[in-house]
Design a protein around this ligand. Structure first.
Ligand SMILES: [Zn+2]
Length: 153
């Protein structure tokens, strides 16, 4: 902005927007979700150039920009907590009532973490490095919440 721009007569209105939307998850994102839903398997994609496995999967390697959309690899349902936060407020878009733990979980065989709900831990003393497993939902929602949560092994 021009530093000489006079803002003394600007009237500012503050507000909030609710912005519901729907979008196509893409071919890679759709395969990721439907494989969790239909087979209870968590899939990643591997860049053979960088030797990295990405979960959640992506179409293009973020390091070398190679197209990796067809390089599917099946991962186990276990991994470890890399980091976490405790969600302490309620919002209608959140998957649980507060408080609950959202953790970055690096699945065994993956090089990138995914974010998911962590249950069965002392939320004031979560230890990074704790080994966890995926617990699949008994009823599908056609979302990442077909993994209901992760919990310690
Ligand atoms: Zn790469």
């Amino acid at each position: 902005m021009d530093k000489n721009f006079d803002t003394s007569d600007c009237y500012v209105v503050e507000g909030k927007l609710a912005l519901p939307y729907t979008y196509f998850a893409g071919r890679v994102g759709s395969t990721f979700i439907t494989t969790i839903r239909d087979q209870h398997k968590i899939m990643g994609v591997k860049c053979n150039t960088c030797d990295k496995v990405f979960v959640p999967p992506r179409q293009t390697c973020e390091r070398c920009m190679e197209d990796i959309r067809d390089n599917w690899v099946e991962l186990g349902n276990t991994g470890e907590v890399v980091n976490y936060t405790v969600v302490r407020y309620n919002d209608k878009h959140l998957p649980r009532k507060a408080p609950f733990v959202l953790a970055m979980i690096k699945l065994d065989g993956a090089d990138t973490p995914m974010v998911h709900i962590l249950e069965g831990v002392d939320m004031d003393n979560v230890q990074p490095g704790v080994k966890v497993k995926a617990v699949f939902a008994s009823k599908t929602t056609n979302t990442i919440l077909d993994i209901d949560h992760f919990e310690p092994l």
